[in-house]
Design a protein around this ligand. Structure first.
Ligand code: SAM
Length: 230
């Protein structure tokens, strides 16, 4: 077989992809990418950028991080995989220093408030793949005040931990979240991990309430119970 043979190139790419050792969270994020040019904001290790190229989910990636030392990790990884011509690197606060137009963006592994700031930039594309690690309710409130269609708002389990994944597309409608959904998400499309996450949260909150009667914790528990009813 010649090197130009598509099947050989694809199997080589798949082999390289497996060397990235992507966990379930990163695999879930990759599964939502499909574009020519992707922005990986807060790229850090660079696995999302490289994974997108190696899985052929994106043809080109703009990888950005606010921290030069974090970006250097991604550059080293791209060099190791011989992918420097497929990824352009920027030290950038969100989209601020990115000049190239992108079709989709992954903004993952940072707090919900930081994500809302990044997605408010004028260069932010119309399809977003988000993975907030805190303040998800504030992020969802921001989403509900803006024109988006929710493609996905559910939970991924990776190494015994639960992670929210939210995928949005610009639309003419504002999405609607009730207060318990603002906190925990919509379970859209349905994931078995959503119930598992709620049950774990229920146990944690009940334990806290036994030790300390706190009104906010009681309210939070009521939200979890409401979602578990469905
Ligand atoms: C925990 S890492 C997440 C890495 C990767 N995105 C993931 O989800 O596995 C968060 C990264 O976001 C970067 N970061 C935080 N705020 C940022 C901002 N406003 N703009 C660009 N990068 C940011 C941090 O420097 C850090 O490298």
């Amino acid at each position: 077989m010649e090197l130009t043979d598509n099947s050989l190139i694809h199997s080589q790419l798949n082999g390289e992809l497996s060397k990235l050792h992507l966990d379930e969270r990163l695999q879930a994020l990759l599964s939502y990418i499909d574009c020519d040019t992707l922005a990986d904001i807060g790229c850090d290790h660079g696995k999302i950028s490289l994974g997108a190229i190696l899985s052929r989910k994106a043809k080109f990636v703009v990888a950005a991080d606010i921290s030069k030392s974090c970006l250097e990790k991604a550059i080293t990884l791209a060099n190791n995989f011989n992918l420097r011509d497929k990824i352009k690197f920027f030290v950038s606060n969100g989209f601020q220093s990115i000049t190239r137009k992108v079709d989709q963006a992954v903004i993952a592994g940072m707090g919900g408030i930081e994500i809302t700031k990044i997605m408010s930039h004028e260069n932010c594309p119309s399809r977003l793949i988000l993975a907030p690690h805190s303040k998800c309710d504030i992020l969802r409130e921001h989403i509900s005040c803006n024109n988006y269609r929710i493609v996905c708002d559910n939970i991924v389990k990776s190494q015994k931990k639960f992670y929210p994944v939210i995928v949005l597309e610009k639309s003419s409608h504002k999405p609607c979240y009730c207060s318990s959904e603002l906190m925990y998400g919509k379970n859209l499309p349905q994931s078995p991990y959503f119930i598992e996450m709620l049950l774990e949260q229920k146990g944690k909150l009940e334990k806290i309430l036994l030790e300390n009667k706190n009104e906010n914790i009681a309210k939070n528990l009521a939200m979890v119970m409401e979602l578990l009813k469905f």
